[in-house]
Every structure is written in C-alpha cells, then in structure tokens.
Write a protein that binds this ligand. Structure first.
Ligand code: SAH
Ligand code: SF4
Ligand code: F3S
Length: 462
C-alpha cells in the first residue's frame, strides 16, 4: 500500500473561516486523507481565504505563490476556498495567471471539496473545477443562499473552546462591505440544530462555545415559514444557558442596531454568557454612519454602551472602527475619537477603508488619500492604546476567572487563557501540573496592551 494522500490547510480571515476549515479538514479525514503540517510534501494544499479588505486578498496571492514555489516538485493540487472564491475577478485571475489552482470553492460549497479535489488529482486534462454560488447582484434578499448541509463532521479532537455557526450570510449591506456578496443572504440555523451541536460539544469536553454569525443579534429574524418557532437571539442564549457542563457562552459579531435592551438583559440574566460585548461602531459621525448604512446614530450607540455599563457591571466593550471612509472630514474623525474617549473601549480593531469592487462605497465621491487615512489610523490607535492600557492596568490586584486554553509556547510553566471579558491572561501555576482546560482563579500582577499576567490562586473547575 502506498502512502496516504495528504493535505495541508491554511486559514485567513475571521472565525467563520476557522470554523469552515474544521469542516473541510474533517471531511477530508473521513475520506481517508491525512492532515500534514508540511506544505512542501502535501498532495493537496487548501487556502481558505478572506476578501474583506484588499490587504487580505494580497496576503492570499502572495502566500499562494510562496507555497507553490516550495511544493513545486510534488505538484500538489491547490484549492482556493472561502470568500475570495466568490469574486468573479478571482476566477479570472486564476484562469489567466495561476494555472496550478485546480479547485475553487465558495463558502457555501466547502462540503464538495473532497470530491472536487479527487477529480482534479486524476484529471488528465488538468482542468479547473469550480463550485461557487450564483453571484448576488443587488442590495436585496434573494434565493442564492449559501447554507451548508446539517450534520457535516467537525475535527474530532478534544478541546476547550469551540465555534458554533448559528447563521450564514448577511443582509445588512453596509456600504463598504463585501461580505453580503461573498457569503450570501442571511439564513439562521434552526435553534434545535444549534442546541444539539452545542450539547454534543459539551459532551466531548468543551467548556466554552462561541456562537458565530455576521449579525448574531438578528438570529431567527429570517425564520419566515408559519409554524417555525421564532426563537430570537435572547431566547437562544437562555436555552443554551441551561446546558449542564457548559461554562461559557460567547457570540460574535453583534450589530449595534439589532442589540436590543432585551438582549443586554438576557446576557445579564444568563450566568454562562460572558460579560463581553463586541459592538463594531465603525464611525462616530452620524453623517458617515448614514453613508455606511449602519442604521444607528452616535447617540443611540452611546445609549446602548451606557445601558451595558449599568446593567452588566464589569463588562468589557470592544469595537471595530474604519477610518477614511469616503467623504470623512477631520470633524467626522473627531466624532469617532469622541466615541472612543466616551465609551472607553477595552480594545478596538481599527482598519483603513479599503474600496471593494461591487460595493456602494467603492463608487462614492470623496475617496481619501492613503497618507491621510494612515495618519488618522495612527492617531486613533494612539488614543485607543492609551485607554486599553489604562483599563488593563486597573485590573492589577484583581482576581479573575480564567479558562486555560493552552500552554505558553515559550515558557512551559506558563498557561494561556482568557477572562470572561475576553482578555488574554498568562498564568503561572505550580510547575509540573497541567492546567489545560481548567477554570482557574488568577490574581493579576501585571498588565500590558495585549495581555495580563498573574498567579493561579486556585482551580475552580478541573
Ligand atoms: N459582521 C461584522 C463584521 C465583519 S467584517 C460586523 O458587522 O460587525 C469585520 C470588520 O472589518 C468590520 O467590522 C469593519 O470594521 C471591517 N471592514 C469591513 N469592510 C471593510 C472595508 N471595505 N475596509 C476596511 N474595513 C472593513
Ligand atoms: Fe459587513 Fe455590515 Fe454585514 Fe457586518 S453587518 S458583515 S459589516 S454588511
Ligand atoms: Fe473575511 Fe469572509 Fe470572514 S470576507 S472577514 S473570511 S466572512
């Protein structure tokens, strides 16, 4: 018997893609293929890609070139999966310039990768096999859904924290964003399927789940058929909160427009739901927020943040911000800085606006110079970093609950985990004893921008 066919996979972009890569790996493993960490000897190389910004795409093309160079002797089949696969320009470029990519598969078609890769490997004509969903043209709901079949396998390894997709796609069409085009319309999974998957994970030993969707607060709003239970996001949280053996529930991403006070109350009432709110504000200027099609004003966002602070004491609030949206003036940018200073975010992912072909914002007048955008980004990062550091330093001396996820790569006596508020903690425990998967109480001794450091005081749950 010859050696087994091996595959190597690299994932770009958000948690959705990480979750999808788990399914791709599991499907290939079910077919008898062997995962390998060595691209140079792999028979199949899969890149699960992201299209959210130009830089994300550039990274994929450059990586593809490098992987091709180092695996050339082996002539692997390259698979380009994920969000970039849905862009017509990607397919054109592959046909013209990247002949070694033999399979292209959009996010709604990843379950077909094993079959297509197999075909490509044995195809004498060396054709390109593509499985992509029909393009979504307008700013409206359509029937070109990109949902995956229920019951697909996932990587069968014991772990601490797992992702659970609760909805596919997005209907928001924020004017800068490519995601609704590459991921298709919003479709929620049935609550019972989500609950069953979560229970399964807990039985396999997972202590934390993260519910995934582009707009989790809108969970269930797309259930249309009569008789279909309309369990919204708050209801789903309450159901999941009853699962015995589950310790933490997170969710990602929420949209400020759909984050109702009822949902904040549900978070406060459900002891397993973590006190962390990731609420992408994008901009603090009402004019820009309107042009972005976000559906809330600066005032509404600030109200929501205050309600969270009152209702869930000790909660962390993080955000995403885009600078240099078309037409953004210095005054608009000052409004953004004002939100940052008023909310005092625990952290922010900050981005330079990247025009994406096919989106409304790419065609808008008043595109900002690259140098101007970079300069604003730097000022924003400076303001936010100072706040993040202050907030983290204020935690020195506190005792926090940490779920230990892994051993530190540099120091084997140090464990890495996260607080309920999603701060990374480097914990020092008793040398020699394993804390993997434990919930521990840690006294914070030191704080930086990206981490806290502390001493394990006691093990809460083994
Ligand atoms: N569904 C999530 C966002 C997914 S994309 C939400 O609505 O919050 C993650 C982040 O990328 C967005 O929040 C936004 O800040 C940023 N982003 C999206 N499109 C972008 C673009 N064209 N240029 C720059 N940043 C962008
Ligand atoms: Fe993009 Fe807006 Fe949908 Fe988020 S909510 S994925 S930013 S369109
Ligand atoms: Fe990127 Fe697709 Fe996620 S575009 S951010 S990988 S949904």
């Amino acid at each position: 018997m010859g050696p087994r066919t091996s595959f190597y996979i690299e994932t770009f972009g958000c948690q959705m893609n990480e979750r999808d890569s788990e399914t791709i790996s599991a499907l290939l493993a079910e077919e008898g293929l062997e995962p390998t960490p060595h691209p140079e000897t792999a028979d199949i190389i899969i890149l699960n890609t992201c299209a959210v910004r130009e830089s994300a795409e550039a990274k994929v093309w450059s990586r593809l070139g490098k992987l091709h160079a180092l695996s050339r002797e082996n002539e692997p089949v390259f698979v380009l999966a994920g969000c970039m696969a849905q862009l017509p320009e990607t397919l054109e470029r592959i046909k013209k310039k990247v002949p070694y990519v033999k399979v292209v598969s959009g996010p709604g078609n990843i379950h077909r990768i094993p079959e297509l890769a197999k075909k490509a490997r044995s195809d004498e004509k060396r054709r390109l096999f593509a499985a992509v969903s029909p393009p979504r043209s307008g700013v409206a709901r359509d029937e070109s859904t990109q949902i995956l079949p229920e019951g697909l396998p996932r990587k069968n390894i014991p772990g601490v924290s797992a992702f659970v997709t609760i909805m596919y796609g997005c209907d928001n069409f924020c004017s800068y964003c490519i995601v609704p085009y590459v991921r298709g319309p919003q479709v929620s999974r049935l609550p019972e399927d989500v609950i069953r998957e979560s229970r399964d994970l807990v039985e396999r030993g997972y202590k934390e789940i993260t519910l995934l969707g582009q707009n989790v607060n809108a969970f269930g709003l797309d259930f249309g058929a009569p008789g279909q239970e309309r369990l919204g996001f708050a209801g789903l949280l309450r159901e999941l909160n009853r699962i015995q053996g589950l310790y933490r529930i997170r969710y990602f991403t929420s949209h400020p427009r759909d984050f109702t006070k009822e949902m904040v109350d549900a978070v406060a009432a459900c002891e397993k739901v973590c006190e962390h709110f990731h609420l992408p504000v994008q901009s603090g200027s009402d004019r820009i927020l309107r042009a972005m099609n976000r559906g809330y004003s600066k005032g509404q966002y600030l109200d929501l943040a205050s309600y969270i602070r009152e209702t869930v004491p000790g909660a962390s609030i993080t955000t995403d911000i885009i600078v240099g949206f078309p037409g953004e003036t210095e005054e608009d940018f000052q409004e953004t800085l004002d939100v940052v200073r008023r909310v005092r975010f625990d952290g922010a992912f900050t981005f330079i606006f990247s025009p994406r072909k096919g989106t409304a914002a790419a065609k808008m007048k008043g595109q900002i110079l690259r140098s101007e955008k970079s300069e604003r980004l730097q000022r924003l990062v400076d303001v936010q970093s100072e706040i993040t550091l202050e907030r983290n330093k204020a935690m020195v001396g506190e005792r926090v609950e940490v779920l230990v996820e892994e051993r530190d790569q540099k120091d084997p006596d140090v464990w890495r985990g996260r607080t309920r508020t999603n701060k990374m903690v480097l914990c020092e425990g008793d040398p020699g004893s394993s804390l993997l998967g434990c919930l521990v109480e840690v006294e914070v001794r030191e704080a930086g921008l990206w981490y806290l450091k502390g001493q394990v005081k006691r093990v809460l749950v083994n």
